[in-house]
Design a protein around this ligand. Structure first.
Ligand SMILES: [Zn+2]
Length: 1009
């Protein structure tokens, strides 16, 4: 037989495009359109409905950037349409190729009832099937003219990313606004032709099934009268019935389709717009669930649910009803789909506490699945937190974005730093916006790496980010591939149903140990420095606020600020969303984030101050030093307060404060009893001797505290990515404008000033208690540059430790394999630690996350260089990223053990507070082993007055310790993160013996006597 494949395939494409799809709505009449443009920010629904609109014609421009326009459309169903299905086609001026990321609408009836959202691929509203015709139609559309930020021309800088710079030129042109007859048979024919045509193209050319499909499609097209598609569609469908009825092979891959809309809680739009995006999508999905009995939709991020409840009660009512059917499913159990690299231990825990609690309290749903399709890598501390929250499964899709190495599994056990294993699935469909296209389904089946031992995968299906979620077309296509020869078998299922099958499928899954590093988006550890600092500062302040408020409540009966802490936690958790904390949102989002973090800090300082004053007693009696860190400092116990010794706090076994003396050959020497640092005439640290051992920290001929400036223009994703080639070129900033002692009361400090490009930097170096403290102030006005602070260390190390949640993880310093080479920029929390047996160095920070560690070998041997990432200056999506003044604090701690690194990391983030008062404050809890770190002391969220203490083994070893409660205890129980009892109650009094495994996390709940 002659090969006419190309001819028939091209025929199918053209006839579908030009004849069959247009025949879905064969008759139409225009609607009358009027519009009212809200003058500023979005207005309440009632106000939009009540406004008086003026006329606007189809084809006219509308919509300044970030504006809201309320359209009113009116019309009458023609008498002759009686008995036929009628829809309104409402095209706001959509660009078809970007579902989401552009204008959107939510349709209301005149009484304020939401109908559904309008999105580029969801432009219809069912008017009904009036028996007689003549029915009057009146609909209102709350339309948002959100600009396209990431357009066809890629990652070009744009001023559209902030209302304040976006201008007022209209962005959209009103498209078709019609009443139209909907021909269901033609629409079904389109679905048949798409499903079979797409499937055909995925099958091997030498397979019989491919040719059977080709011949059937050819016959179906023959059956169409191109002048009267509507009259002949049924005949065309009949030609396809045979091939459509052929069942799937027994070995066919099984796909659990989960209706979904991945909605970024802020990204290329501000937070306030996400509130509306979520409402539009939820309105669409509740409507679709009513039409489609098999369909299942899952929505994640408790915050987004809470927004609907608070801001769109009319949509919330529909959601609540849909949840009761079991087919509108709360997915995951986090407050937002947060970043997981940067959030600190407690914040990561609270993502689960607040997320799970919302779903439990609202719906009685306690999910065991964690839903993080889009997060940029997964820290090795996470598995234990997932388990401690009462969950046990994880879904993410993002690792498929890795640039270098293909992850070897799609279904596996992920083992974290403490040994906890979480059943994990990466959907092989490689997208969280599956559209049920034949190519996607075939890719999932082909790509699935666990064939032979497992058969199930999950496909999150629907347009996210304002695309409206799952469409009726996706549901129609899924129905056709439920059991179809040549296709994976698809059915709608909840995430829990999928995981139950996947676990049954795969009783002995492979194991992946350690972080799930995303080999992409590495610059998200550095971009938007102030957002990152705001997060770190907020986390530290929340720790202090809970600790001191709980102490004041237990000791003084002071009221505990439950409501305020709950609200502030949720704010901080929201800002850990995977485009806010990573710095990948538009300028508007980060401008608001900076302001929000300021307000958070102010309110937490107020809570801390109030609690400390309540504890401090008579303010005329001197000064108390409050130590909020988990280790004793300056004679003050962890979590306690003691009178400040006059005139200055004694240094920890360090003797008198450091002094500055001139150095031979220029520069200065800074030294105390523990550390002697030489700063040369260039202002660089050329020597740092640990005086206890005599060990030199800086390799011969090298200089530490060296600023290095690299060009930084990635190929794509400017705020997200730093590409490996950035390291090929760069400048060492060795020229100093000034190197001098600070003088005055700040006598133990050397000040170094430099200027470069349009920027300037001032560093203040101080030696204190064996640490070299470095305060770096940068007035940053570069573009597309990367600023690093380098510390070459005379340490031979094959690996180094970075703090993660509730512990630390090791990474190699070499690049033996492509996996190691790809980790050229990685995340730390408060410390990085590099060591040889018996001696190590810690580098701690108060707000930076990105770093790299490399090794060199020269005539002197192997050395290790730790470089901290300070600032970047990408121009997309925020063209002014990081411009302005920044302050960072770091400390180099020669001679540090891993335990010292843990302690110093806490110290630099939790400075002591001086409060007028005289009454020492004994800690609420003490632990007699420094390896055990108390990460939270608070009152129980249920407002019972119980004291909750969370602690963990911090050094990666075993710890036997005793925890003593400094208050009368009736009973103590172990709990999960949600403070739900997990162990038997114990009543031995105020002492709790602890035996912890490496990095083990424990939550204790004390009922007070
Ligand atoms: Zn996302």
């Amino acid at each position: 037989m002659h090969d006419d494949r190309d001819l028939v395939e091209a025929r199918l494409r053209r006839v579908l495009d030009e004849r069959i799809r247009p025949a879905v709505h064969p008759e139409s009449v225009p609607l009358e359109v009027a519009v009212w443009h809200a003058p500023g920010e979005p207005v309440p629904v009632a106000e939009g409905l009540a406004a008086t609109p003026g006329p606007i014609a189809v084809g006219r421009e509308w919509g300044r950037p970030w504006g809201t326009s309320w359209f009113t459309v009116t019309g009458v169903v023609p008498r002759e349409w009686g008995g036929r299905v009628v829809e309104a086609i409402l095209d706001l001026g959509f660009a078809e190729d970007r579902p989401g990321f552009q204008c959107e609408g939510l349709v209301y009836r005149p009484d304020g009832t939401p109908v559904k959202g309008l999105n580029p691929r969801n432009q219809w509203v069912r008017v009904g099937s009036p028996a007689e015709g003549g029915e009057e139609v009146r609909l209102h559309i709350e339309a948002a003219s959100n600009p396209i930020i990431l357009g066809r021309d890629g990652f070009r800088p744009t001023a559209l990313g902030d209302r304040e710079t976006a201008g007022s030129d209209p962005l959209y042109r009103l498209g078709r606004m019609d009443l139209a007859v909907f021909d269901k048979t033609v629409w079904e024919l389109v679905m048949d032709l798409e499903v079979l045509g797409e499937l055909m193209l995925e099958l091997p050319v030498d397979s019989a099934r491919r040719w059977e499909l080709l011949r059937a499609l050819d016959r179906a097209l023959d059956a169409i009268d191109l002048q009267d598609v509507n009259a002949t569609a049924a005949a065309a469908r009949a030609e396809l019935a045979g091939v459509m009825a052929a069942p799937a092979a027994p070995s066919a891959h099984r796909i659990s389709a989960v209706g979904h809309a991945h909605i970024d809680s802020a990204w290329l739009w501000p937070l306030r717009e996400t509130v509306r995006k979520v409402a539009r999508t939820a309105a669409n999905m509740t409507a679709l669930l009513e039409d489609e009995p098999d369909f299942v939709f899952a929505m994640s991020q408790a915050q987004q649910w809470a927004w609907i409840k608070e801001h769109r009660p009319e949509v919330w009512a529909k959601v609540v009803k849909a949840v009761a059917t079991g087919r509108f499913v709360p997915a995951g159990g986090m407050w937002v789909e947060s970043d997981t690299n940067m959030p600190g231990s407690e914040a990561m825990a609270r993502q689960f506490v607040h997320g799970k609690r919302f779903f439990i309290e609202e719906f009685g749903v306690d999910n065991e699945e964690v839903w993080l399709p889009d997060t940029f890598g997964f820290a090795a501390g996470l598995p234990q937190i997932i388990r401690a929250a009462g969950s046990k499964r994880l879904l993410t899709q993002k690792i498929s974005w890795s640039q270098t190495n293909a992850f070897p599994h799609h279904t596996f056990l992920w083992e974290g730093i403490d040994g906890t294993r979480i059943f994990t699935h990466f959907p092989p469909v490689d997208t969280y916006n599956c559209s049920m296209h034949g190519h996607e389904l075939a890719h999932a089946a082909r790509n699935f790496r666990d064939k032979g031992v497992a058969r199930h995968s999950l496909a999150p299906t629907g347009w996210g980010d304002g695309g409206g979620g799952t469409t009726r077309e996706m549901v129609a296509k899924a129905a056709r591939v439920h059991d179809l020869e040549g296709s994976p078998a698809v059915r709608w299922e909840t995430p829990a149903e999928f995981f139950a099958k996947a676990e049954a499928d795969c009783p002995h899954p492979p194991v992946w140990v350690g972080e799930l590093y995303l080999e992409l988006h590495r610059a998200t550890l550095t971009s938007q420095a102030k957002t990152k600092q705001g997060n770190r500062r907020s986390e530290s302040l929340l720790r202090e606020a809970e600790l001191w408020a709980a102490t004041a409540a237990v000791r003084e009966g002071a009221p505990y600020p439950y409501e305020r802490l709950d609200r502030i936690w949720k704010t901080v958790l929201l800002h850990q969303f995977h485009d806010i904390l990573p710095g990948s949102s538009i300028a508007w989002v980060h401008r608001e984030a900076r302001r929000t973090y300021e307000l958070v800090a102010r309110e937490l300082d107020e809570i801390i101050d109030g609690a400390q004053r309540a504890l401090a007693g008579d303010p005329s009696g001197g000064t108390l030093l409050f130590n909020g860190a988990p280790h004793r400092r300056h004679g003050v116990p962890a979590g306690g307060a003691a009178p400040e010794p006059a005139p200055a706090p004694a240094r920890d076994a360090a003797g008198p404060a450091a002094r500055v003396v001139p150095r031979d050959g220029g520069g200065y020497v800074l030294a105390d009893a523990l550390l002697k640092v030489e700063i040369d005439a260039r202002g660089l640290v050329v020597s740092a001797i640990d005086r206890r051992t005599g060990r030199e920290t800086v390799p011969p001929g090298r200089a530490a505290c060296l600023l290095q400036l690299h060009p930084d223009f990635p190929n794509k994703w400017d705020a997200w990515d730093v590409d490996a080639f950035y390291r090929n070129t760069g400048t060492d900033l060795t020229e100093a404008d000034e190197v001098r002692p600070a003088g005055g009361t700040d006598g133990g400090t050397v000040v170094v000033r430099r200027s470069f490009g349009a920027s300037a930097v001032t560093q203040r170096l101080t030696v204190d208690g064996g640490r070299l403290l470095i305060e770096t102030e940068v007035d940053w006005h570069e573009t597309e540059k990367f600023l690093k602070l380098a510390f070459p260390l005379d340490v031979r190390a094959d690996r180094y430790a970075s703090e993660s949640q509730y512990g630390h993880a090791y990474r190699p310093t070499h690049t033996n394999t492509s996996w190691e080479a790809a980790k050229f920029e990685a995340c730390n929390h408060r410390f990085v630690h590099v060591a040889e047996p018996g001696w190590g160095v810690a580098l701690v920070n108060d707000s930076t996350y990105g770093h790299d560690v490399t090794r060199d070998v020269d005539a002197h041997g192997t050395t290790t260089t730790v470089r901290v990432s300070l600032l970047r200056a990408p121009r997309f999506p925020d063209p002014e990223t990081d411009q302005g003044v920044h302050r960072f604090r770091h400390a180099l701690v020669p001679g540090a053990t891993i335990g010292d690194a843990v302690r110093e990391g806490h110290f630099i983030n939790l400075p002591e507070r001086r409060v007028p008062g005289s009454a020492p404050v004994a800690p609420l809890v003490t632990v007699d082993d420094d390896a055990v770190v108390v990460s939270a002391v608070k009152l129980a969220d249920d407002e019972s007055g119980d004291v909750v203490v969370r602690l963990y083994e911090s050094r990666g070893g075993r710890a036997r310790a005793t925890l003593r409660a400094g208050f009368p205890v009736a009973e103590v129980v172990t709990t999960d993160l949600l403070e739900r009892q997990t162990g038997e109650p114990r009543r031995e009094g105020a002492e709790v013996p602890l035996a912890l495994r490496p990095f083990e996390l424990v939550t204790l709940r004390f009922t007070r006597a």
